[in-house]
Design a protein around this ligand. Structure first.
Ligand code: NAP
Ligand code: GDD
Length: 350
């Protein structure tokens, strides 16, 4: 069986894990990468780069998408399975407020370009294609139901989430209107050592690792506190490796459908910080309120965490907690990193 996968966002956290996962299943993998002015942006895929077929492209440019899909079809006449995973995105919620138009071009219109390209293929090829869309729990926004599941109405709170809602409904529309095998995975936050440095978990872990080897905080005057935004929001965090497995399972079913992937446990950012510091033997005590709140090392009274309002968002998503019963029952999806503790240990790289 000649199995092909095309991954947009292959250089990102999920794309790189998915590529590793599919290589082990003997897929021939194509990935779309963006040109970068200084370096090859291949950190996450460097170790498998030679086993991948990487092509320059961009979700904002239809011709590049058409060109790579045409090449795949022409060069793989015997293909029997062709899975397309649309993971490419401007994926940072806070930054989407600063570049809303670009975020929309990539995260919303980009999906349209890709789906339209597939729609216009011959029926024979189209019937071999299975499409995965990276939908997100951010679409629930100011949540209208607790916990959130596939039927929970969306109430997006950022340009990023609005763009993802557009893509989510477009996938449903193309599935129903053109009979495409297209699924959306509504994934709650998932993290790993490959998480971008400006997402909250990785930012905290990087800081904790940076002070881990200090002999005494008391005599180290150079310690600069970790600057955080809203530490009271709650997230349902899992491990990226478990979530890419779920994406693949969605495309192996007889019929296309949408599924929530979540751990079903929610934790405040504050507790994520507390637990991460405890892992290196530091117990934090919190004093003050609002932007004046600070986290102190209980032993030495050193200030280790401060609040900086520059990290606040115009609208915040206060609470996310998912119900993934459908994926667990129908797909048999079962995460291996089943506690926050295991996720943090992995991110700390013990
Ligand atoms: P990520 O690490 O930020 O990776 C994003 C990927 O998209 C990168 O490969 C990036 O390329 C690529 N990309 C950005 N702009 C692009 C463009 N204009 N054209 C083509 N590719 C572009 O994100 P992730 O955490 O792996 O998430 C993967 C997908 O799942 C995203 O769509 C995200 O929105 C969605 N999602 C993520 C989570 C989560 O918790 N991680 C939860 C739900 C949904 P460069 O390397 O060149 O920047
Ligand atoms: N990034 C960041 N940096 N977030 C902070 C900070 C900080 O310094 N301080 C507090 N936070 C809070 C944010 O306000 C938010 O409530 C929470 O930490 C999580 O922020 P992120 O890690 O940036 O993730 P996100 O939940 O906004 O979005 C991620 O998950 C979505 C799924 O729900 C991204 O991966 C999205 O692409 C994904 O769709």
């Amino acid at each position: 069986m000649n199995k092909i996968a095309l991954i947009t966002g292959i250089t990102g956290q999920d794309g790189s894990y998915l590529a590793e996962f599919l290589l082990k299943k003997n897929y021939k993998i194509y990935g779309i990468v963006r040109r970068n002015s200084t370096v090859f942006n291949y950190k996450n895929i460097d170790h498998i780069k030679n086993e991948l077929n990487l092509r320059y492209g961009d979700l904002t440019e239809s011709s590049s998408l058409f060109s790579v899909i045409s090449e795949i079809i022409n060069d793989n006449k015997e293909l029997s399975v062709f899975e397309i995973y649309n993971l490419g995105a401007q994926s940072h919620v806070k930054i989407s407020f600063e570049i809303p138009e670009y975020t929309t071009n990539v995260d919303a219109t980009g999906t349209l370009k890709l789906l339209d390209c597939i729609k216009n293929l011959s029926e024979n090829i189209r019937n071999k294609i299975r499409f995965y869309q990276a939908s997100t729990s951010e679409m629930y926004g100011a949540v209208l139901e607790v916990p959130q599941k596939e039927t929970t109405p969306f109430n997006p709170q950022s340009p990023y989430a609005c763009a993802k809602v557009y893509s989510h409904f477009l996938v449903k529309n193309y599935r129903e209107g053109y009979n495409l095998f297209a699924c959306s995975g509504i994934l709650f936050n998932h993290e790993s050592q490959r998480r971008g440095d400006n997402f909250v978990t990785k930012k905290v872990i990087n800081y904790v690792k940076s002070i881990k080897n200090k002999d005494s905080l008391e005599i180290d005057n150079n310690i600069k506190p970790l600057k955080m935004g809203n530490i009271n929001s709650k997230r349902d965090w899992g491990h990226a490796k478990d979530y890419i497995n779920g994406m693949w399972l969605m495309l192996q079913q007889d019929n296309p459908d949408d599924y929530v992937l979540a751990m079903g446990q929610t934790t405040t950012v504050r507790d994520f910080i507390n637990i991460s510091f405890l892992k290196i033997g530091i117990k934090l005590k919190w004093e003050g309120e609002g932007v004046d709140e600070k986290g102190y090392d209980e032993k030495t009274n050193t200030v280790l965490v401060e609040i900086n309002k520059k990290y606040f968002r115009p609208c915040e998503v206060e609470l996310l907690i998912g119900d993934s019963s459908k994926a667990r029952n129908k797909l048999g999806w079962k995460p291996e990193y089943d506690t926050l503790d295991k996720l943090i240990d992995d991110m700390l790289d013990y």
